[in-house]
Ligand binder design. Sequence first.
Ligand SMILES: [Zn+2]
Length: 353
Amino acid sequence: MNPKNEEDERYMRRCLQLAANGLCHTAPNPMVGAVLVCDGRIIGEGYHVRCGQAHAEVNAIRSVKDPALLTRATLYVSLEPCAHYGKTPPCADLIVEKGIPRIVVGCQDPFARVAGRGIQKLRDAGREVVTGVLEDECRALIRRFLTFHNCHRPYITLKWAESADGYLDLNRTAGAPVRLSNDLTAMLVHKKRAEHSAILVGTRTALLDNPSLTVRHWYGPSPVRVVIDRRGVLPATLRLFDGQAPTLVVTEEDCQPRPGVEYFRADFRMPLLPQLLDELHRRNLQSLLVEGGGATLRTFIEAGLWDEAFVEESPVRLGDGVPAPTIDRKKICRIEQHFGRLIRHYWEKKNPF
Ligand SMILES: [Zn+2]
């Protein structure tokens, strides 16, 4: 690899690190990081902190102490600069205005209003633009955003904990669920919740486990809670209806209005998932965490509608109970050890990114 490429990759890695700081707050915008380099030194850095606030390029430019250096600097940015007026003016215009001569871009923006236009605008202004540096890593970082725009559905993550002998829970009709996570892995679950725009459970899980599905053991916003309740049987006393986070009920019944609760009327004689995913897309919810139960998880697996899965293996043996879903072991991408627990991470390889 020539020294220039090596240098470009090094600074692009820094962009990726910076971008990841926006994980829980940028949706429906993508995470983006930017670095400004002059004479082999970083003179400015920035990332997109929160949807509605300044873009990464703007934050990086603002952080530079001596703006005169910009006319000799290279701007590294993990995603193509925007070329349209959104909540903020176009970054491509700002880069031109500041006289930055060289721009290195990680990946192109799939968003129809940008798609190549940011890069073209910079080239039309006579700037040197290098594209596709660490492109795979840059695309993987914004996989939720890319899936949403390319597949017109939220990015779907499945998550469950299973016993050493492959059960989700005992067969029960009342009482608390068997605890398969420990305190520390429960925190990881709450972190996952904070990283997603929506979270889903089926009717049985809502009734039996009475989960709140909010983020409490991590910091970050709670996702929109989605629950399937075909016959409208869920009582108003459930935590899902406590108003702590917005709740969307998927049903075929006419339901009583409840504060903080919205209803989506679906046709249950037709396949439910396409209708549900269309609705979440319409609501601009970019990612969905499916937390159970077994039947709901299986529906997603059988339809091939998932992108990632996290399965926590508990050392507890139940002997009998509700069988855990299974995913083709060939799809395991890695096995991690967190806080004394094995976590299998599956990856649906036909992903578009
Ligand atoms: Zn921008």
